[in-house]
Design a binder for this molecule. Sequence first.
Ligand code: AMP
Ligand code: ZN
Length: 512
Amino acid sequence: MSLRLYNTMSRQVEEFRPLNPPKVGLYACGPTVYDYTHIGHLRKYVMDDVLVRVLKYLGYQVTFVRNITDVGHLVSDGDEGEDKLEKGSRKYKLSAWDLAKKFEDYFNYSMRQMNTLPPDVSCRATEHIPEQLEMVETLEKKGYTYTILDDGVYFDTSKLPDYGKLARLKLDKLKVGARVTKLKGKKNPTDFALWKFEKKGQKRQMVWESPWAKRSFPGWHIECSAMSAKYLGEQFDIHTGGVDHIAVHHTNEIAQAEAAFEKKPFVKYWVHHNFLQIEGKKMSKSLGNIYTIDDILKKGYHSMALRLLFLTAHYRSELDFYFKNLAGMQKALKKLVESIARWKIEDLPAVSSRLVGMQAGGRLKIEDRRWKLEEKKMSKLAKEYRKRFWEKMLDDLNTPEAVAVMWQVAKDEALSGKEKLALLIDFDQVLGLRLFKLTPDELELQSQVDINSLPPKVKELLKKRQQARKEKNWQEADRLRDKLKEFGYLVEDTAEGEKVKKTSAVILPSKA
Ligand code: AMP
Ligand code: ZN
């Protein structure tokens, strides 16, 4: 089994052959931590996670490095405008350092929600200032740089004959304004900042002393070249990022690294993910469609339904996000999780009577390992499904078709429950949906409801429950909570007060 990956550099799907097998070095451009991580970011990092899982499954020893951009990413890709961190610091009334911490934490929390494997190295730009300075000094010594007074140290892109090869830029035809703005003092429109100086009259929070200025800071691109070299070496296997990074950020990473280290290629495989848009539109503040993972959870959806939704689109295609599709994913996932519980029970006749009470809602306390099957013990049909799944997955991570195989397995009555379990355990190692940990209960579609619009009977129960809580009669309060559940309403006591959600399931009132 070997992996084939689309390489943006060659514009072709290529067989993956690492530089030093079985080792694989992978660098993913991480978030700029000036605001909340949104579901567009989540899509990108879930697709990185699938790639990492596939490489590990294939037995490679992966070193997965992901950076945290906590300084130097300017509002404009043309080296102008404010640093996103300094701008965010005003918006959230926090120091730039506290802001970076807050949103790095939120990013990591979002990653955990999405069940992504943590990177082996998570590195902050602000903690690698000496490495970045050293690289700029090397470039200066080699004659690739020039200084713009009161602005910064710039990379002279005309010194590299193959500059722009990743994006296939036609430099002679490149008009200022098309890709970059012409900054006063730049020799070529594509030249970019390696190191920036604090502007006169400005009081930046994040500044460092450098050979060129007392108060200065790194340009955005240098961090990725300096940190990838530190942790993965001057040449490595895979670099990922969004498609928006091809023309500027990654083009400039290549320029810096190949000029400084004099080794080509800097990266063997360039993997770029496409964007997520919301109901046909780009995410934007004005449209109010920038959703975080908490927005998704608060609406009653499960993070694994979101992960499944991401998997149903190929990473190189745009994905248009609709809540109705997310709801569809959640229903399908719930059905699958219920089936898994049933197949487990069927496979354990001796204990099944004890488990019947738990039915689909229960989580069996039996090691998943029990249902692993060696290839040679599988039927011909099961082997065929397994082969089909992996053919799709290894064909440039064709997750939509791999997921389709998963649904076929779930449906096919010619497969035994035990075989289905074995196949799903295998598939989930890379899909990462936590299929064997989820319970149907947590996949219940819930939506918050306005308390005033509730049926009179439900309102009355809520009132009684509030009274019971006031009297600290917790037993009665819990009984009433259960009663409300039977009517299809979940009550949650939060810091902001009582919240009521409607469950999608019809739960019949008990006779008691
Ligand atoms: P940033 O925090 O802006 O530096 O972005 C971090 C990563 O998320 C980059 O690789 C971007 O390409 C990617 N990204 C940002 N917005 C979206 C989106 N709407 N859909 C997919 N990826 C995105
Ligand atoms: Zn980067």
